[in-house]
Design a protein around this ligand. Structure first.
Ligand SMILES: [Mg+2]
Length: 368
């Protein structure tokens, strides 16, 4: 098989509700959808959508610009040979993992359709059918944070991620204490500042919340700050934004820095790279999540597919953006949240999604 045509589409995914992080808020990100067609006529889909320009070094418009180089480079590649596909993309362009990820995911979907197998099976098979997810409580007042936490727990969600940072830390501490009063036994609380605190602030918060069972997710901006912080706090440290590639993940595991990871599929370059990171994390008994920064059914299905292959004991869950924007590409089969879990799409082989011809409108670019 050989890739004969690649079409690029865009979809606006406006946030439905408040989604404030320490350094940005989500407005209306533009998702990039990739349709890859091979010489047998099979079609695979990939997607990438970044939440805000401030969240990471990449940008949604820049992703589509990178595809002007990456898409022509992979024409003629065998979509089932993911090692060669990724080597070809890396030879064509340094960095720009997000555009590479969207193409990589599309080829995994395509490979599943060729083999009549699910992407989950191609990744090694499911160790869990329903993948736990976590839900974000955005930055707000203590009353808001506590009420949101109670509402989410009443819906069956047991993994709460409370956003913090970007304001005086006494306000963050007040929110954490308010949430701790309503958090139920068995629920998991992560405080995610998206790089928002200094080490001194993180230590202060950790000490002020010493008796609260929580983890600190990406409390500071740099790996060196996290190394300094790790020696001075008792709370587990979860690394998200600094886990940029498999080398960084391996290094932080070897340092004993990371008690777990919040991993983004498109930051790491797609399912091929994430499969390697998964194997590293599982071999070292390091909990990890399989998330992406935003996006619709396609990227959500890819995150959940990989999430299903994790040992549940070391799974921090798969975050999907649907509860925050409510835009669905496949109403019937798309991955949906129920009682704190996401069910794997069952629409057919590949990622398990079904789309109507022309559903995404006119392509913004076509390569053949
Ligand atoms: Mg995070």
């Amino acid at each position: 098989m050989a890739i004969t045509e690649i079409r690029i589409y865009t979809v606006e995914l406006a946030a439905k509700q408040l989604y404030n992080m320490s350094n940005s808020a989500v407005a209306t990100p533009t998702s990039t959808i990739i349709e890859v067609i091979d010489s047998s006529g099979h079609v695979g889909y990939g997607e990438v959508c970044l939440a805000s320009p401030q969240y990471q070094p990449a940008h949604n418009d820049g992703i589509r610009t990178s595809l002007e180089i990456l898409a022509p480079a992979v024409l003629g590649c065998d979509p089932e040979c993911e090692t060669v596909l990724n080597a070809t993309m890396n030879q064509a362009m340094d960095g720009h993992t997000e555009g590479k990820a969207a193409l990589d995911i599309a080829c995994w979907d395509l490979s599943g359709k060729i083999a009549n197998r699910s992407v989950v099976d191609l990744l090694g098979g499911a160790l869990q059918q329903d993948v736990a997810t976590y839900h974000v409580v955005g930055i707000g007042t203590p009353d808001y944070a506590a009420a949101e936490t109670e509402r989410l727990q009443n819906e069956g969600i047991t993994r709460i991620q409370l956003k913090a940072g970007g304001r005086p830390i006494h306000q963050d501490i007040a929110c954490i204490h308010a949430v701790s009063k309503v958090i139920q036994p068995g629920s998991d609380l992560a405080i995610d500042t998206n790089r928002g605190w200094t080490t001194a602030e993180a230590i202060h918060v950790s000490n002020a919340c010493a008796n609260i069972n929580l983890s600190l997710e990406q409390p500071c901006a740099t790996e060196n700050e996290l190394i300094q912080l790790k020696k001075q706090v008792n709370h587990p440290v979860i690394v998200d934004e600094n886990s940029t590639d498999i080398t960084a993940v391996a290094r932080m595991i070897s340092y004993g820095l990371a008690d777990g990871f919040g991993l983004k599929l498109t930051r790491l370059g797609g399912l091929t790279n994430m499969r390697a990171v998964r194997d590293l994390c599982m071999a070292t008994r390091t909990p990890m999540s399989t998330d992406d920064a935003w996006g619709g059914d396609i990227i959500a299905a890819a995150c959940v597919a990989l999430g299903a292959t994790l040992d549940p004991h070391f799974s921090r869950g798969a975050w999907i953006a649907h509860p925050y924007h409510q835009t669905h590409y496949d109403e019937e089969n798309g991955p949906r949240l129920k009682n704190g879990f996401v069910t794997l799409p069952q629409g057919g082989p590949g990622l398990g999604l079904v789309f109507e011809p022309g559903q995404f409108g006119e392509p913004v670019a076509v390569y053949h």
